[in-house]
Design a protein around this ligand. Structure first.
Ligand code: NAD
Length: 322
């Protein structure tokens, strides 16, 4: 299969070439993201292989179909950037990588959480300037605190296992309960309201959809414990950023770790590198010393990249076999 791989970094090339050692597929790599301005690059390919922040709207999918593309091999789990109904209408198959390494994202969630509660980001910056002062670096133990997972799927379960390891009590809200897993991991399913009211840490592990958009809004934040820590490694649109900024100002929220942000979805059509964000929300969030932002890198481990590459090419092979 001839596959046009979009939004690539050297590590994608390395992982995909390693997974294609037998040369079963012809791979061409493009740094560009796949959207309306770059769709013509897909000429002459059977498949496109975009990454998480692609924007495959109906017109883009229509164009892909016209130029002979038969399948979208998404190198990610979240498919909120693809108009699935349009793809179905147009007869374009969409495959994704539902679970490449839940541990990678769950561990990143704890990287953010531990940094925030022990303020190591602030200490790191100080020590680099030969400042060993402890002022303002008082943190708190995770042991004995309540960790609330919004979403108890693959990543949520991994995060809850880690939280149990730290000695946290663990609550989860998920409309699709699996009591067997709850027993095995040792968490309790509760209502969204109870999770908001009882958690010291709220971590988001659910997909972005019409139902979950702004699930954390001003009303939800008003119900939380004062000083709650919020971690989002899922999708930016799950949190109302303005409400979050307001709650940080009043101290209702005591710390925020974000690997994803609303504006990512707003810049779908552009590369972050060559176009500054029009929205200043990120800058307004970064003013707070208790806000820690990373660059949607939860997935970025050696193990996850290997799994993404092998599953993606496995999806291509399954498609070829019909
Ligand atoms: P998953 O499908 O295994 O689990 C999602 C869970 O959310 C399911 O159990 C589902 O029942 C639950 N859910 C659905 N609607 C809900 C609602 N309204 N309230 C509460 N729970 C709800 O997905 P996953 O593999 O655990 O991934 C979770 C999210 O992590 C994905 O949606 C993706 O956006 C994100 N993700 C981020 C990165 C990253 O690099 N930061 C990498 C991979 C995935």
């Amino acid at each position: 299969m001839r596959i046009a791989v979009f939004d690539t970094h050297p590590y994608d090339e390395q992982a995909l070439n390693a997974a294609n050692l037998d040369g079963a597929h012809t791979l061409e790599f493009f740094e560009e993201r796949l959207h309306d301005k770059t769709v013509e690059l897909a000429h002459g390919f059977d498949a496109v292989c975009p990454f998480v922040n692609c924007r495959l709207t109906e017109p883009v999918l229509q164009r892909l179909q016209q130029i002979g593309v038969k399948i979208v091999l998404l190198r990610a789990a979240g498919f909120n950037g693809i108009d699935i109904a349009a793809a179905e209408r147009l007869g374009i198959c969409v495959a994704r990588v539902p679970a490449y390494s839940p541990d990678a994202v769950a561990e990143h969630c704890f990287a953010l959480l531990l940094t925030l509660v022990r303020k190591t980001h602030r200490a790191y910056n100080r020590v680099r300037e030969q400042n060993f002062s402890l002022d303002g670096l008082e943190g708190f133990n995770l042991h004995g605190k309540t960790f609330g997972a919004l979403g108890a799927g693959r990543i949520g379960q991994c995060a809850m296992r880690i939280a149990k390891g730290f000695g946290c009590s663990v609550l989860a809200y998920d409309p699709y309960e699996n009591q067997q897993i709850a027993k095995e991991v040792g968490f309790e399913y509760v209502t969204l309201e109870r999770l908001l009211e009882e958690s010291d840490v709220i971590s988001l592990h659910l997909p972005l959809s019409g139902q979950t958009h702004h699930i954390i809004d001003a009303a939800a934040l008003a119900r939380t414990r004062r000083g709650v820590i919020i971690i989002n490694t899922s999708r930016g649109g799950l949190i109302d950023s303005q409400a979050l900024i307001d709650a940080l100002k009043t101290g209702q929220v005591g710390g925020v770790g974000l690997d994803v942000y609303e504006m990512e979805e707003g810049v779908f059509f552009h590369d972050l590198s060559d176009r500054p964000l029009q929205d200043d929300t990120l800058a307004r969030l970064m003013i707070f010393p208790n806000v820690l932002i990373t660059s949607h890198q939860g997935f970025l481990t050696r193990e996850a990249l290997h799994a993404i590459a092998t599953t993606t090419l496995g999806n291509a092979a399954s498609f070829e076999r019909g």
